[in-house]
Design a binder for this molecule. Sequence first.
Ligand code: FMN
Length: 238
Amino acid sequence: MKKLILSIAAAICMLGLTACGNAGDSSSAPAEKRTQAETVQQDTGEEKPSEAAEAEKTSDKAASVQNTEQAQNTDTNEDTGNDTIVVYFSATGTTKGVAERIASTSGADIFEIIPSEPYSDADLDWNDKKSRTTIEMNDPDARPAIANDNVVLDSYTTIYIGYPIWWGDAPRIMSTFVEAHDFDGKTVIPFCTSGGSSIGRSGENLASLAGSGNWLAGGRLDAGISESGIQDWINSMN
Ligand SMILES: Cc1cc2nc3c(=O)[nH]c(=O)nc-3n(C[C@H](O)[C@H](O)[C@H](O)COP(=O)(O)O)c2cc1C
């Protein structure tokens, strides 16, 4: 009898573990949603990424890997003697690839803004009105924390600031970053990647939050932009 009760209890435990394992997998549903080809509209009316944007993202990931070794990192805060730095945030690697190419083309230092709480696939689900990004972007006062904001900008005179477009604007973590730094006497060049939307007013919005610096218009760069394309873009900024 005792044996029978123990066997029944073990079977119940196994069933419970299996159910918990599946519940913890938050990536499957949003990933499926993202394969949909249609362009969707958010409450704000901003354009949403299309299937072409997803393909662009995939090709950029390869470029990002190729360039990783060339990139410098300023995590140590050492004065590298460089007067230019590329600062960027990238949730899925597209902006990272472009940022690394700007840094390698211009010989600039590079610094990646890392969120204290990484963005999961579920967080990035633009189809979910309750996802973390939807909630953050609907709240102009949201200021997601940065895990590694130890970069010292004092020695730099030119700062490229890169980010993905989320709902037509810069992610709120960029607001966190620009409010924490002094851009006085510096030229700031915003750049973005997106599924198709232009940089819009995102650079101006960041400039206004920063409250200092000579912010140029900047622009949107294609995920697969070549180094010569980047060089042309850099030249057009001068
Ligand atoms: C929450 C969210 C909102 C987005 N909103 C837009 C948008 O309004 N317009 C657009 O063209 N792309 C939009 N995108 C697509 C991203 O801008 C694009 O995939 C970008 O290149 C991703 O950069 P990353 O890989 O560096 O994070 C959005 C993506 C996410 C996750």
